[in-house]
Design a protein. Structure first.
Length: 114
């Protein structure tokens, strides 16, 4: 009965083919590039944040767990909060210079975007 879970098939068009076998796509995990091959951009963003400044790190290629770990390290080093999701790390406040310095010490290729 577990292979007949209707919630996984929401939005599927009904087939009249008697030999039809429903299959789901497997989620692929993205391999994390080594730090020297990462091209990170460190910029500042104010849009949609009620005028508050956040430092935005984009360009990370890898798994969500590695992104979260890098985000956690940067937030601890800067002593502020933030988040890491959708391939971006957001750190509260304007820490562009400090984050570029930290990332280059960690072996990443980081560039100040604006």
């Amino acid at each position: 009965m577990a292979d007949n879970d209707w919630k996984k098939r929401l939005g599927v068009v009904y087939s009249t083919n008697p030999d039809f076998a429903y299959t789901t796509e497997e989620a692929t995990t993205q391999e994390t590039l080594e730090p020297s091959k990462q091209n990170l951009r460190v910029g500042i963003d104010r849009k949609g944040r009620a005028g508050k400044q956040v430092t935005l790190i984009t360009g990370f290629v890898g798994s969500d767990a590695d992104l979260a770990e890098l985000g956690r390290t940067l937030k601890v080093k800067c002593g502020v909060g933030g988040t890491a999701k959708d391939g971006e790390i957001t750190v509260q406040g304007d820490f562009r210079d400090k984050i570029v310095e930290l990332l280059t010490k960690m072996g990443y290729k980081a560039k100040r975007a604006n």
